[in-house]
Write a new protein. Structure first.
Ligand code: PLP
Length: 471
């Protein structure tokens, strides 16, 4: 089978999948792990099956994949689709390269540098350096590593005993900071969770108290890790106040803007990150609100030298990094060796819609989140369970049940919602309350799809209250 016909066939199946995702009501087939593993033919054969058979395999994969571009998909902090960025994925695969040197990835290096500079500029970072990473988790870890490097410049050479080093995050921060605390060697118990106010934002007065307490107890603080857009509530920490406390104590300030970074495009919402220019580093996931296919995530730091030291290979990679690439090789600022060209898909999408397009996209998301919040507020069987700053809409079904019953009902409701297959949202909790967290980060969501979602939640909630089994 010749290449052109094969690729045409692949494309027609992908196009059909994407189109049907907008029309079909089910987001997922709902097969259990057991049943799917029994019914799928995934064996790796002794003798190859040929290219024609790959088309059948592609069809089965598409059939059993979750339709993350469907309007009912509101589960994680990403969804939807940018067609130009899909083209970027295809071209990146076809031009298969690694991002370590300019020599091997000339145009891709320039594209990645263009993107990093523009993101830094949006945060008023001035001269800076960055890298695309494997995600916000990795960006947060790099932020902590840079902070460690700034406090203990020899630690990257001599290692360090992190048992007395502490960093501060809000109690609403992402779990990647816990993992990073393990990886960078301070241990999870030395990651101090600072209290939040009723809006889910880190409290500056509590941060100040925690820093002073740590010092009194003989610990060495080295980083304040703020969040712009928390995972569950979508809260934005007060960066300006936190940065002034961090710098007063000579601490590195990193901002996890994996989820909220896109507010920087909008004159209406960029004040949510007021003070970002005072931070030392931040990360921002373009694969979240910007709808770029996973993975596409930036880490940006003001002091290039700190990142370069953190990523130093001690001149052992003499076969790769030559003196001619000293100033242009991006691999000198990355923890990875081989690294995908993730910049291309973002660059194509950005060129397609421009800053103005990103701004109107996120403003539309906010409009839809306002709409959903209003529907919840106006329905007497539903209640919001946290304030909204971003597009996270955290609510629960209350119906006519006792308070004590609501966690059981909402847990079951979420399970039934998944079995029903038309909508996906995540289950989480706020304080002791089990909640449904729906997130608007998918450009195919509409007011109509949100109306159907509300109808579906209420109908399932009523069935559970009446003790009816799922249909
Ligand atoms: C606030 C926040 N930071 C970081 C991350 C981690 O991002 P990634 O999945 O790209 O590693 C997430 C993931 O949802 C997040 O919500």
């Amino acid at each position: 089978m010749e290449v052109e016909r094969f690729l045409d066939e692949v494309l027609s199946r992908v196009t059909a999948f994407l189109e049907s995702s907008q029309l079909e009501s089910k987001i997922r087939t709902g097969q259990s792990h057991d049943s799917l593993s029994r019914t799928s033919d995934l064996k790796l054969p002794m003798e190859g099956r040929g290219l024609e058979a790959a088309l059948d395999d592609i069809e089965s994969v598409l059939r059993d994949s979750v339709r993350t571009t469907a309007p009912g998909f509101m589960n994680p902090l990403w969804g939807g689709l940018s067609i130009s960025s899909i083209a970027g994925e295809v071209v990146a695969a076809a031009t298969n390269t690694a991002m370590y040197t300019y020599e091997i990835a000339p145009i891709a290096t320039l594209i990645e540098s263009t993107i990093l500079s523009r993101m830094a500029e949006l945060a008023d970072f001035g001269t800076s350096q960055g890298t695309l990473t494997t995600g916000g988790s990795n960006g947060n870890m790099l932020g902590m590593l840079c902070a460690r490097q700034a406090k203990l410049p020899l630690s990257s050479q001599t290692g360090f005993d992190g048992s007395k080093m502490v960093a501060f995050v809000s109690e609403e921060s992402h779990y990647s900071f816990n993992i990073a605390s393990n990886v960078i060697g301070i241990g999870q118990s030395n990651l101090i969770k600072v209290r939040c106010n009723e809006h889910g934002q880190m409290r500056p007065d509590s941060l100040e108290d925690e820093i002073q307490r740590a010092v009194r107890n003989g610990f060495t603080p080295f980083a304040v890790l703020a969040t712009s857009g928390t995972t569950v509530k979508g809260s934005f920490d007060p960066l300006r106040e936190l940065a002034s406390i961090a710098h007063k104590h000579d601490l590195w300030m990193h901002v996890d803007a994996a989820w909220g970074g896109s507010c920087l495009f909008s004159s209406r919402y960029r004040s949510l990150m007021d003070g970002i220019e005072l931070a030392d580093s931040f990360c921002w996931d373009a694969h979240k609100m910007m709808g770029i296919p996973l993975i596409c995530s930036a880490f940006i730091v003001k002091d290039a030298e700190v990142l370069r030291t953190v990523c130093s290979n001690g001149n052992t990679a003499h076969y790769l990094y030559l003196e001619t690439g000293e100033d242009v090789d991006l691999g000198r600022y990355s923890l990875q060796c081989g690294r995908r060209n993730d910049a291309l898909k973002l660059w194509l999408a950005w060129r397609e819609i421009g800053d103005a397009g990103w701004a109107s996209m996120l403003e539309r998301f906010m409009e839809l989140a306002d709409y959903l919040e209003k529907q919840v507020d106006e329905h007497d069987a539903l209640e919001m369970v946290s304030d909204r700053m971003w597009t996270n809409v955290c609510f629960r079904y209350t119906g006519s049940s006792e308070q004590g019953e609501l966690n059981r009902i909402n847990t079951e409701l979420r399970q039934r919602l998944i079995q029903d297959g038309r909508f996906m949202v995540s289950r989480s909790h706020v304080d002791e309350k089990i909640i449904l967290r729906s997130v608007i980060a998918n450009r195919n969501i509409t007011e109509e799809s949100l109306d159907s979602f509300i109808d579906c939640v209420v109908a399932l909630g009523k069935d559970i209250e009446r003790g009816l089994p799922q249909e």
